[in-house]
Ligand binder design. Sequence first.
Ligand code: GDP
Length: 318
Amino acid sequence: MGACDLRSKRVFVAGHRGMVGSALVRRLASEDCETVVADRTELDLRRQAEVEAWMAAFRPDAVFLAAATVGGILANDTRPAEFLYDNLMIETNVVEAARRTGVGKLMLLASSCIYPKFAPQPITEDALLTGELEPTNQWYAIAKIAGIKLCQAYRRQYGCDFISVMPTNLYGPNDNFDLTSSHVLPALLVKAHAARAHGAPALEVWGTGVPRREFLYVDDLADACVFVMKYYSGEGHINIGTGTDVTIRKLAELVCRIVGFEGELRFDTTKPDGTPRKLLDVSRLAALGWQAPTTLEDGIRRSYDWYLAHRGQVRGAA
Ligand code: GDP
């Protein structure tokens, strides 16, 4: 049922410079397939004619659609038109060009923030479109929901084997380490590193430390995507996560231990906690036969090593 063999296939990774796309390229290197990518200068995915010409020339057998305009709360709030326009255009152009050129399998990557703000935890796939969205990222969410629907519609009307997945919070190589726009895990790594380097007595953690979050190492995500691409075919999207979460306090303690910062944690409760909990239900993925191989501790160690090796080049490095 829907098994997709990648052997000897040409696989297009759209968005190969991002954290997810670059992890997919690393993962596909160990598959017996040809991976193709397109540089932003040669292909603007928001331009239909460019996408159709590129796809007609390269004729991939399979496509991972990991290209998107992304950003944190501030970026979403100040550039809503770009978040909606760019993401709608990228999805519709790639999906339609994939149909026209006879792509055998396509996977669209969304994100867990497209679920309703008050979805019951852990969040099952069925929670999609059952309640109001978080208003700050509604622009991105609406575009991604349209992308999922697009894959479903192409399957129904044209019989295309197009699927979607919903990853949880990700971290790892090529993450955003800019403290003004990053998520908590890279932020804590940068702050703990700086605190140790400067012999600071304390590390500042936003909020109360009580909220719980789930974190998936991005190379595990790539592994799951390849697995789902090979073995799943259907209208419903698939959640990808670890199935477990930790409090922000526990996360901060773990980061400090890995970085070697021995000072105390200071919780800045003037900063927002955000949603109390965000955990995906990964039963469908588990039933297919995949679970995350990397522990949070190992993943953080690898991210920290990557940060140390690249901090001359990364955005916002201390
Ligand atoms: P969210 O999952 O969409 O809420 O995004 P974040 O990753 O930005 O925040 C997750 C939790 O970590 C929130 O409760 C934040 O208050 C908390 N947090 C603690 N310290 C930091 C920090 O330095 N940066 C960020 N972004 N969040 C932090």
